[in-house]
Design a binder for this molecule. Sequence first.
Ligand SMILES: CC(=O)SCCNC(=O)CCNC(=O)[C@H](O)C(C)(C)COP(=O)(O)OP(=O)(O)OC[C@H]1O[C@@H](n2cnc3c(N)ncnc32)[C@H](O)[C@@H]1OP(=O)(O)O
Ligand SMILES: N[C@@H](CCO)C(=O)O
Length: 491
Amino acid sequence: MLRGSLGIVTTQYADLPGPFTLESGAVLPEIRIAYETYGRLNKEKSNAILLCHALSGDAHVAGFHNGETKPGWWDAVVGPGKAFDTERYFVICSNVLGGCKGSTGPSTINPETGKPYGATFPVVTIRDMVNAQKLLLDSLGIPELYAVAGGSMGGMQALQWTVSYPDLIKKAVIIATTGYSTPQQIAFNEVGRKAILSDPDWSGGDYYGKKTPAHGLALARMVGHITYLSDESMHAKFGRSLQGKAQVGFDFSTEFAIESYLHHQGDTFTKRFDANSYLYITKAIDYFDLTKDGSLTTGLAAAKAAFFVISVTSDWLYPPYQSQEIVTALTTNEREVQYCEIRSNYGHDAFLLESGQLNYLISRFLSHTVVGDVMARNVECIEEGTTIAVTARRMITSGVNHLPVLSPAGQLVGIVTSWDIAKAVASNFLWLDEIMSRNVVTTTENEPVDEAARKMEAHSISALPVIDGDSHVIGLITSDAISTLVGRQNP
Ligand SMILES: CC(=O)SCCNC(=O)CCNC(=O)[C@H](O)C(C)(C)COP(=O)(O)OP(=O)(O)OC[C@H]1O[C@@H](n2cnc3c(N)ncnc32)[C@H](O)[C@@H]1OP(=O)(O)O
Ligand SMILES: N[C@@H](CCO)C(=O)O
């Protein structure tokens, strides 16, 4: 499959009914979440992937907004044929609660005052962001996630998902992040906040419609941006080059290329980001701490997903040892976890830039699919000894073409299809036991899907009951579900 672009995409908005109670106990009367979706949700609703953005990201993860020439922030890995393959998966990304790109945040009008919240907006946490995403998924009718993924603060949200909603997540891709914010990370965030709070234009957070604290916000971004780069990448990109001059001027003007670059990053940021959101989101990052009683192992005990943890060799903001702590905690909890340290000189922002390594690693992880990842749960079954008329009605009312047949003890003893029913009616059979197939081909939750697909092909059947060790039916997998998720081999 050739890698392609999503083309033009648009942001949508979900108004979610309140009240929405935050971790702090504060209550938002209503919330709006901006989101984008790409790809198609399959019939089983089993192929949804939620992508979570970092500090300054938004819902626009891939493709182009009409009239714009820059694609979304993770276009390198999201789209047809890419790691988050929109031909296979239904990809969702939303702007975080507290953000400034369409979701409720400090720049939103408080319905109770008719004015922007500003600094009266309550402090939000990573857990609050995740709870808002859960409400969004509910509103979209998505019952579970095939995967959740993100880098940096996006990785924090993805980790939080695995403990807040462990039964809803099959796979988690956790990149360049930590299980808890460290003093060094908090320290850099505090310098950024102080720069904003000391800007007289911040005006206690009440600056909407007036001069914005652009000076403070640009300074905050400059400090932040240094932490997203690495010593090696700065050497490689700028060295000691001077900007637009041959010799130093013995003054305090902008002289080095790196200075000019940082000013550019700071200035550009003020045109796309709200200073109050910067305060709130960095606070949410600082509060992030999944340890429980001082232990990350205990804090991650509830997680059930299969994990892929990725760190970056040159990331000194979220150094690899912090990813390794997550891996150790998960391994101690006997969770399925893979770990990879990407070799890169880009520093922390490598999670946005290393498209080759990320595409290779993530697509391999996501496409190693077992039956449990794809099967439908809560399967409609029928008891042996039933009439064909009752069986036919059950199929019609539940909208299925396959009904596993159970013994009085609830064990699988046969299977009947809508085609069997059609043949039975034509031949005037009355009882299910006369027509059901007794030698049922089955699968188990941990069998790779390609093995299950081979069984279906070999027996010319389109569904397999999934059974546990006691022959109880715990799911059903269809060739349709496999083909949507495993994808086509050719374009
Ligand atoms: C989920 C999320 O994380 S979303 C947020 C991700 N997005 C951001 O962080 C937005 C800011 N973007 C960036 O910082 C970068 O684009 C990165 C880090 C994402 C990608 O890095 P790169 O592709 O290596 O871009 P680079 O860091 O070289 O920046 C290029 C910009 O710097 C400018 N620049 C480069 N050198 C200089 C210089 N000496 N003086 C002034 N400007 C300079 C370029 O003109 C270019 O400007 P533009 O972005 O306005 O077109
Ligand atoms: N550059 C990214 C990484 C921050 O963690 C951002 O601005 O969101």
